[in-house]
Design a protein around this ligand. Structure first.
Ligand SMILES: [Mn+2]
Length: 251
């Protein structure tokens, strides 16, 4: 609330608050961008093989988006193999994919200027017990946050805390970034899931849910979906499965 010169109370909304709820057309664009990213992911999984480098895979992703006529990406695709997946924002390099590696892929594109965002973590062959455990825990953090939203929770910090407290019990304060962010014409927009966030999620906002655990010298797991905040809960806009079985790439 603010005051006008006549001293009457008026509703004032900041621009980021006005922009957060997406209309039908805006939502369609975000979903379209996501569906294209899902096609690209399916192609990438067929492209992966022993000896491919992170850069080769990143280039394949970029070329695939051109092929699907969505060449303006939300951000430079993250491709991380093995220990590199322990970097939150890994810069792809000449590391070659090998059996037993974690593969982290984080990318999105734009459609009519609206962004998509998705992260999936895979195991190149049967995962170790520790790899499985980290994956299941991150997945559980996602599920707990989503269950909270499904109950109608709109306070960003509570949703963040739900996932963070679960991970903290097992990994102390390893989960260092926010649980997620708004998505629109820019890839990171208001509101934000963070411990100190005072944001209340407006209905119609598109948010990411992306908990992660990053173990130096071992690797990391991040799982990221995009969801639409609804009056009663949420709708998941990401259609790629994220159960452990789907994360195991059989060689
Ligand atoms: Mn994201």
């Amino acid at each position: 609330m603010g005051k006008n010169p006549n001293n009457k109370k008026i509703n004032t909304k900041l621009l980021h608050e006005v922009r957060a709820p997406k209309n039908k057309k805006e939502l369609q664009n975000i979903i379209r961008a996501q569906r294209i990213a899902e096609k690209v992911l399916a192609d990438v999984l067929k492209f992966l093989k022993t000896g491919k480098t992170e850069l080769e895979v990143q280039n394949f992703i970029k070329k695939s988006f051109i092929k699907y006529k969505a060449p303006v990406l939300s951000f430079s695709p993250i491709v991380a193999f093995g220990k590199g997946s322990a970097d939150i924002h890994h810069e792809p390099g000449n590391v070659k994919l090998k059996k037993g590696d974690i593969i982290m892929l984080d990318f999105g594109t734009t459609y009519n200027h609206y962004c998509s965002d998705m992260t999936r973590t895979f195991f190149f062959g049967e995962p170790s017990a520790k790899q499985k455990k980290v994956y299941i825990d991150v997945l559980r953090a996602t599920e707990l946050a989503m269950a909270k939203i499904a109950k109608g929770e709109k306070r960003a910090w509570i949703i963040d805390k739900t996932a963070r407290d679960f991970l903290a019990k097992k990994y102390k304060n390893n989960f260092k970034h926010g649980l997620g962010h708004g998505v629109g014409t820019v890839i990171h927009e208001w509101p934000n899931f963070k411990p100190k966030s005072t944001d209340i999620l407006p209905v119609g906002t598109v948010m990411t849910i992306e908990p992660g655990i990053y173990l130096k010298g071992f690797g990391g797991v991040r799982i990221e979906d995009m969801i639409l905040i609804t009056a009663t809960g949420y709708k998941n806009l990401t259609q790629v499965p994220k159960d452990l079985k789907s994360a195991i790439l059989n060689l």
